[in-house]
Design a binder for this molecule. Sequence first.
Ligand code: RP5
Length: 163
Amino acid sequence: MARVTVLMGSGSDLEIVKPCLQVLEQLEIDFEVFISSAHRTPQRTDKLIASALQAGAQVFICAAGMAAHLAGTVAARTCKPVIGLPIAGSTLNGLDALFSTAQMPAGFPVATVALNGARNAAWLAAQILALQDSAVEKRIQAARQEMAMSIENASQKLEAQFN
Ligand code: RP5
């Protein structure tokens, strides 16, 4: 069962979104992923949200650029947590997407990660699931230990060269 539903507004978002999918895979979190636009395919987006909810989706990740309304569209239709991933790619360098995604009216929050912050969208989804899934929490902790190790290893190499 897919616990995370990832939506993106256009095929042109995919390269930015891929690291999000890779982190979900790394953490062994079942997910499903679709391209659907709040503006260009509103009925399809509605249907995907409804079927994801019926299938038991617990968290949504929504990636969109420009006048990014996908995350808000999802937030309007569910009480499940919605993570917004604003995509930089416009003439405004993504500020439009960042503001559209983050500046939600009270009652309909979208947890907005950094512009193009695909990996953190996945990490945040994992942390939400970890509230009720200790196996996911352990995988997050193990991955953090690996990150710490890689910092120390990189520093050791640098220290050996210059100190
Ligand atoms: C948004 O418009 C999409 O999420 C994409 O980031 C942006 C541009 O879409 P394309 O014109 O590249 O399809 O809806």
